[in-house]
Ligand binder design. Structure first.
Ligand code: IDP
Ligand code: MG
Length: 137
């Protein structure tokens, strides 16, 4: 079993896509282990996306990520990190395969609906970032 961290970005919450996206993950056989709806502060968004600091799209990405509530979840399953990245599709929605979450619902860059950890190291860091300070159920 592997765990990964997903975020449903502000565009997903605004478009009433929380259920649709979580349903796709559950239908793929993965388990929602932790779940919360909240808004990021600018400081949190900048720290979460620190690897992109200095890139041309960084400020737009941060403004987007704090533009409304998001959902964070820990998803568990066999090869959950890779399966999630496959369900998500490519970063840029118009380059994402038909049938993927970003391909179907994404509207631009950075407006691509969902984040998913890209490696076991990222998953550990990101799960701890959003759920580390809280007791497990
Ligand atoms: P990923 O989310 O597929 O892992 P990253 O390269 O880690 O893609 O980028 C993080 C997020 O930054 C993307 O999901 C997207 O929202 C945004 N982003 C990435 N590249 C661009 C760009 O060229 N222009 C605008 N936004 C971008
Ligand atoms: Mg990434």
């Amino acid at each position: 079993m592997e765990s990964t961290l997903i975020l449903l970005k502000p565009d997903a919450v605004k478009a009433n896509l929380i259920g649709e996206v979580l349903n796709r993950i559950e239908r793929d056989g993965m388990k929602i282990q932790r779940l919360k709806l909240f808004s990021l502060t600018g400081e949190e968004a900048r720290e979460f996306y620190a690897e992109h600091a200095g890139k041309s799209f960084y400020d737009r990405l941060i403004d987007f990520m704090i533009s409304g509530p998001i959902v964070a979840a820990v998803v568990e399953g066999v090869n959950a990190i890779g399966r999630l990245r496959k369900l998500m599709g490519a970063t840029v929605p118009r380059e994402a395969a038909p049938g993927t979450i970003r391909g179907e619902f994404g509207t631009g860059s950075p407006q691509n609906i969902i984040h998913g950890s890209d490696s076991p190291e990222s998953a550990r860091r990101e799960i701890s970032f959003f759920f580390g300070g809280e007791a497990d159920e």
